[in-house]
Design a protein around this ligand. Structure first.
Ligand code: FAD
Ligand code: UDP
Length: 393
């Protein structure tokens, strides 16, 4: 087992970013890696566990793996088999369940048949079949019936949900955020169209256990790295001594530097888990509440995990609010806008001046990354560091 004093690399945070870069440095780079995680478990926000009722839950909200990257899929497949799963989501609109992303099937449910068919023709003619159109783009359409459709989707799918999730209207929100869930001119009801989709067959935590099972990795849980790491005059000290190895930091960029340029804005979530003595609570994996309720969505885990349990099911409701940095709160979503971009730039430029120091991950890079994007970035950073440092073994 590696001793702290012997560590050649420090990796801070044990989500997909930290877990993968630790494995890459340990395995391909042949380096001794000390991996520090402040929570009492591995996996970052992808962590899953069995709850008191025996239901496998995702502690930090529903996580569905989807990717077009063959490299990422093959890499993760070293550490897990996959349960094939294609996520389907509906939104609850005044008693009707409409597929989300809003598509041609949603159109048929929302409008009377003749009008729906006319709108379908216009959508196909204007944008093309199987095309995805962001709501803010559809709203710019000059055709009165397409404008009517855009208004309907805007009001019933995006407006209230976005206000709950971000505290802002869709116009005030980063356009890339709402473009993640476009209008889809298709009959395909799946939430994602990626080539590779699924859930780790034995769960994310089991995937991480295998990922971290390497003799060059020492993992320390319940350890806030910022209690041990000090940055002074452009030099790095760890546990009171100068540290000259590689450091990869995957926590929030502002906390790294004592929030000296002000706290970066994030959204946090409150998760409300509820268990029912029923086999199923709802008829879809996720139902989005787009016109009512204080929570954004309800997810029922058994759809995702495939766990077979009768007369027991656990759901989670997600409530979003501004992150304040209070103890016990977790930042989940970066609030990307021009002001936060220039604030983030101050943190990243300071960190980039540190020797052999790298910011990696959704929090450290202040980006709205899915798991596969983080995995890919971690693999690319591994390529770079290993090319620089040579492969020892
Ligand atoms: P994290 O998973 O946040 O890991 C960072 C780790 O660093 C944490 O464990 C944290 O405790 C630790 N840390 C922070 N500071 C310190 C410190 N000072 N010392 C030690 N440790 C520290 N992506 C998908 O692809 N599909 C989905 O379905 C999906 N659903 C999501 C649902 C929700 C509700 C959320 C919030 C995200 C979802 N994501 C999804 C995104 C996914 O969670 C992220 O892409 C992924 O977790 C990012 O990995 P990471 O390692 O960058 O960050
Ligand atoms: N969105 C919405 N209504 C929906 C689904 C999504 O308004 O029914 C918007 C909302 O602004 C949300 C964004 O699209 O934050 C991205 O949704 P996604 O499902 O990708 O969010 P995540 O799963 O990452 O929370």
């Amino acid at each position: 087992m590696t001793k702290t004093m012997d560590a050649e690399c420090l990796v801070i945070g044990c989500g997909f970013a930290g877990g993968i870069i630790a494995r890459e440095l340990a395995e391909r780079g042949g380096r001794r890696v000390l991996l520090l995680e402040k929570r009492d478990h591995i996996g970052g926000n992808a962590y899953d566990c069995i709850d008191q009722a025996g239901v496998l839950i995702h502690r930090y909200g529903p996580h569905i793996f989807h990717s077009n990257s063959r490299r990422v899929y093959e890499y993760l497949s070293r550490f897990t088999a996959w349960r094939p799963y294609e996520h389907k989501v509906v939104c609850s609109v005044y008693g009707k369940y409409l597929p989300v992303p809003f598509n041609l099937n949603s159109l048929d449910l929302a409008f009377e048949a003749e009008k729906a068919s006319r709108i379908e023709g216009k959508l196909t003619e204007t944008y093309g079949r199987e095309r995805k159109v962001p709501i803010l783009e559809l709203r710019r359409s000059a055709d009165p019936e397409l404008t009517e459709l855009a208004d309907y989707v805007y009001r019933n799918v995006f407006l209230y949900y976005t206000q709950k999730q971000w505290g802002t209207t869709p116009e005030e929100t980063d356009p890339e955020v709402t473009a993640r869930v476009p209008i889809f001119i298709s009959r395909d009801d799946r939430y994602f169209q990626d080539r590779y989709q699924g859930i780790p067959a034995e769960g994310y935590t089991a995937l991480f256990e295998r990922l971290l099972d390497h003799p060059n990795i020492e993992l320390r849980l319940k350890t806030d790295a910022l209690d041990l790491l000090r940055i002074d005059g452009g030099r790095i000290f760890f546990d009171g001594k100068p540290f000259s190895g590689t450091v990869v930091y995957t926590g929030p960029a502002d906390e790294l530097l004592g929030c000296r340029f002000g706290r970066l804005p994030y959204r946090t979530l409150d998760f409300q888990f509820e268990t029912y003595p029923e086999t199923w609570f709802q008829t879809y994996g996720t139902v989005n509440y787009t016109v009512d309720e204080a929570y954004t969505r309800i997810t029922e885990f058994k759809y995702l995990t495939g766990q077979k349990l009768n007369e027991r099911t656990t759901i989670v409701k997600e409530f979003s609010r501004a992150y304040t940095g209070a103890p016990g709160e977790t930042p989940y979503y970066a609030v990307n806008n021009p002001d936060s971009a220039s604030q983030y730039e101050k943190y990243s430029s300071e960190a980039s001046g540190l020797p052999d120091f790298y910011l990696l991950g959704r929090l450290a890079e202040y980006k709205y990354y899915n798991m596969d994007a983080i995995a890919e970035k971690a693999l690319l950073l591994g390529d770079r560091l290993i090319a620089q440092g040579g492969i020892r073994k």
